[in-house]
Structure formats: structure tokens, C-alpha cells
Design a protein around this ligand. Structure first.
Ligand code: AMP
Ligand code: MG
Length: 443
């Protein structure tokens, strides 16, 4: 089947003008959906694997994780305090005095029965005795004199009946989904699975992602630089970006700007991978060259996207082996080092997650106050590099990191977020709220 309907380069509005970031995202997401449907139809057997819980961070859950137990498994205390039967409570400030008849610890329940007028000293997490329904926290009890012995007093209205007790099945009932399929597994998910006694998870297999850099000027680390040469930095930024997603990375190195080498490299990389990400060689001066090869290998659109940095980008699907089923999603990112990271953030990351079965693929946006004016021309989406901080009033603020040229990687390195200025937005005044995307997720 042809996927050209998804690849707007054949449409004159895209070749003459610029493609809106949102249109590009939709086209990418549509093609990914098609690829998923096709692979499901083929019933690919290696699509899911069962792995140990401690290996599952950043993987994507393939099936709903059903809880085998109620959580909590039994009623227990939410506080350190005293458990009793709530009959004795009321609306007044009158004191209730109860006799402490024993202690229950987490993991060491109290076996006896608590009679009227009695209570049990209880620790957080300890099982509630069967005939108690309320816990008065330690700090809500009246100061005791040594002569009070084993008595404890508190005002009747200090707690309500049933408070400070966690009920069996309150968080989760047996048989209900604890984590839904499609979750990108985070530390809390591993903890949650462990709390249910689950030691293995069914996850989607790791995506195989090939990367290559193209350009005659590029040199590998360790090589000498001659006039006009630069080190290939994009592959390293990409490796870092991909490692955050826990994928299998196939590093295909540097390729020269000549059609024969490019073709061989693209076929080789695409045939080994689910996704191929290249950088360089898609800007106006070089695209014709790459386009010709892509026409032979698959359906690829060459986009001018209304964004800065990152205007030129190629996107589509390659069929490296004639007649075979294997299709490779292809991103031809621009060569500029910042543009590589911006286009990865805006387009590639979500597509990789979607292709790997994730249900939530968009990174969250937040808002912060611009510390200084930002110049912005309506008609394109801009990604300015910035540092998110906090003003003296405690509100979040952002400050740009110096010169914002697309080749200035230091502006990225010093930043901890993008300020994202939307397509129609104009100049930003100092004190305006702007959209911000943090580079790092903490939990
Ligand atoms: P291109 O998109 O190939 O026209 O490249 C645009 C700019 O990015 C040029 O200045 C290239 O030298 C630079 N560039 C391309 N690829 C890389 C790379 N892998 N590492 C660092 N800079 C690159
Ligand atoms: Mg180039």
C-alpha cells in the first residue's frame, strides 16, 4: 500500500509554503498508526516480552496489569495512635478516657478483642483489631501524667468515627487494572507492581532505532580536523536522547554526501531497524540529492516546517528490501545541532513512543513568566532555549540562554527547558506567561 496520503510533500500547499507544526505531527501520527495496524495484522510474534520487574523502567506495558489482591489487603491504621470503637465519640469537647490494653505493630497484629472503654496502641500500617473502626492520632491525645498509667484521653470531637483507618481494597480491588497497557513505566509503577507481589511484566519489545549522520565535512571523534571539517556531534546528542527512552540503538556512523554511499547506507540501516533517524542533507541545497534516493526506497516527504529552529525535515517510510514486508519509519532531521534536538523533541520522541505502544506520548507543558522581552514573528513555532527558575514571589520564571542560533549547541547545554512560542504568537513582553517544556522528568 502507499502511504503517500500521509506525506504532504506531494501537495502543493506544502511544497510552496510551510507546513504547520501541528499538521506535521498529525501526518506523522497517522503514518505510525498505519504501521502499527499492519504489524498487528501480521501478528508479529516478537512484539511482546516478559521481563523482570527491576529491568522494566522506561519500557512500555503491553497488557493491563490486573491486581491479584486487594490493596490494602486488610483494614489497617493510617496513623500512629490508638484504635478503638467509635461509639464513644460525639460533638462536644468532653474528654473520653480509654484503657490501653496492648500494642499492635505493622507486621505484628494484636490478637485479642478490644472491649468498650478500652483501646489499643497502634502503629501506622498495623492491622486494625476486628471490633475497632477509628484511630485517634497520638498527637491528638491529652498530655498524660505518669499517674495516668495505661489511660489515654482525648476530646470527643477530636476525630470522627472511621477516621485514620485504611479500608481493605480502598486503593485497588483484586482483578481490577492497577496499571493500564500503554504506560511508559516509571519508578512508581515498579513500586506499585511490587506492592502487588508481581515480579515480571509484559512489555513491548524494544524498538530498534538506527541513526546516521550525513555530510562530507563530518569527522569521527579521534580523527584530525582539516580545513572545513567539524566533529559529528549529532550522533551523540541522538544517542543521549534515545537512551532516555530505553531503545536498542544501531549506530550507523557517518555517511559521505554521494548518492551511491548514501543509498547503500540507507538500505543497510533501514533493513536492520524499525526506525531510521538521519541528520543533515535535507536542507534546500542538498535535498534533491537525498530525495532521489528516497524515491527509490520508499515514500518520503520533504517538508519545510514553519518552525525555528528545524525548518527542513524529511519524513516517511522506507522499504529497504524489495518485496519484503519490512518497513522502516524514517526521519531525516536537519543537520544543525540544535535543530536535531528540537525536531526530535517535537516529532520523533512521540512517534517512537506511539510506535512502541505507549498511550501517552506528549511531554507535559507548563507555564512560566518571561524575565525579559522575547522577539517572535507570528507564523512559525519557535523553540527558545531557557533556564526555568523561580522569582522572589515564588512564581516560575524563564530566562533565555544567550544566543539562539540553530548551530549553537551551548544554548541547549546551558538550558533546562524550551520556551515554546506558538505559531500565531507575536513578541513576548517581560512579565508575560509563556509555555515551557522541561528537559528532564524527575519521577
Ligand atoms: P545540512 O542540514 O546538512 O545542510 O547541515 C546544516 C549544518 O549542520 C551545517 O553547518 C552542517 O555542517 C551541520 N551539521 C550537519 N550534520 C552535523 C553533525 N552530524 N554534527 C554537527 N554538525 C552537523
Ligand atoms: Mg550537509
Amino acid at each position: 500500500m502507499s502511504n503517500l496520503k500521509h506525506i504532504p510533500s506531494s501537495d502543493p500547499i506544502y511544497t510552496s509554503g510551510s507546513l504547520h507544526v501541528e499538521q506535521a505531527r498529525i501526518a506523522i501520527s497517522d503514518l505510525v498508526k498505519d504501521l502499527i495496524t499492519e504489524s498487528q495484522k501480521r501478528g508479529e510474534s516478537d512484539a511482546i516480552e516478559c521481563i523482570a520487574l527491576d529491568q522494566a523502567i522506561n519500557r512500555i506495558l503491553a497488557k493491563d496489569l490486573l491486581s491479584p489482591i486487594d490493596v490494602p489487603v486488610a483494614d489497617n491504621s493510617a496513623m500512629d495512635g490508638f484504635a478503638f470503637h467509635g461509639d464513644c465519640l460525639g460533638n462536644s469537647e468532653d474528654l473520653v478516657t480509654l484503657k490501653v490494653v496492648g500494642t499492635a505493630y505493622a507486621g505484628k497484629p494484636y490478637e485479642g478483642v478490644i472491649a468498650s472503654g478500652e483501646c489499643l496502641k497502634i502503629m501506622t500500617g498495623a492491622l486494625m483489631p476486628s471490633n475497632c473502626d477509628t484511630v485517634i492520632p497520638q498527637e491528638f491525645t491529652e498530655p498524660q501524667s505518669p499517674s495516668d498509667g495505661t489511660l489515654v484521653s482525648f476530646k470527643q470531637n477530636r476525630v470522627k468515627r472511621g477516621e485514620n483507618r485504611r479500608l481493605r481494597g480502598e486503593d485497588l480491588q483484586s482483578g481490577k487494572p492497577a496499571i493500564s497497557a500503554g504506560r511508559l513505566l516509571r519508578p512508581s509503577d515498579l513500586g506499585l507492581a511490587a506492592s502487588l507481589g508481581i515480579s515480571e511484566l509484559q512489555v513491548h519489545r524494544k524498538l530498534r532505532v538506527a541513526i546516521l549522520s550525513s555530510g562530507d565535512e563530518l569527522r569521527r571523534l579521534g580523527q584530525a580536523l582539516e580545513a572545513g571539517n567539524i566533529y559529528d556531534s549529532n550522533r551523540y546528542s541522538l544517542i543521549g536522547l534515545l537512551k532516555r527512552l530505553d531503545l536498542e540503538i544501531i549506530d550507523c556512523g557517518i555517511v559521505r554526501d554521494d548518492p551511491a554511499s548514501l543509498k547503500v547506507a540507507f538500505i543497510d540501516a533501514a533493513s536492520k531497524a524499525d526506525v531510521l533517524i538521519s541528520s543533515g542533507g535535507v536542507s534546500a541545497g542538498e535535498a534533491d540529492f537525498t530525495k532521489q534516493i528516497m524515491q527509490e526506497l520508499g515514500d518520503v516527504g520533504f517538508w519545510k516546517i514553519a518552525m525555528r529552529p528545524g525548518r527542513p525535515m524529511a519524513f516517511g517510510m522506507l522499504r529497504p528490501t524489495q518485496g519484503a514486508n519490512h518497513k522502516t519509519l524514517f526521519f531525516g532531521l536537519p543537520g544543525n545541532p540544535v535543530a536535531v534536538m528540537v525536531t526530535f523533541y517535537q516529532f520523533v520522541r512521540s512517534a517512537l513512543l506511539q510506535l512502541n505502544g505507549a498511550s501517552q506520548t506528549e511531554p507535559p507543558l507548563m507555564h512560566a513568566i518571561a524575565e525579559a522581552p522575547i522577539r517572535k514573528r507570528p507564523g512559525r513555532t519557535e523553540y527558545q532555549r531557557a533556564i526555568l527558575g523561580r522569582g522572589s514571589d515564588g512564581k516560575p520564571t524563564v530566562k533565555l540562554t544567550g544566543s539562539q542560533g540553530a548551530g549553537i549547541l551551548r544554548s541547549m547545554s546551558e538550558a533546562n527547558c524550551f520556551v515554546i512560542l506558538s505559531h500565531d504568537q507575536g513578541n513576548v513582553a517581560s512579565g508575560d506567561w509563556v509555555d515551557v517544556a522541561l528537559f528532564d522528568g524527575l519521577l
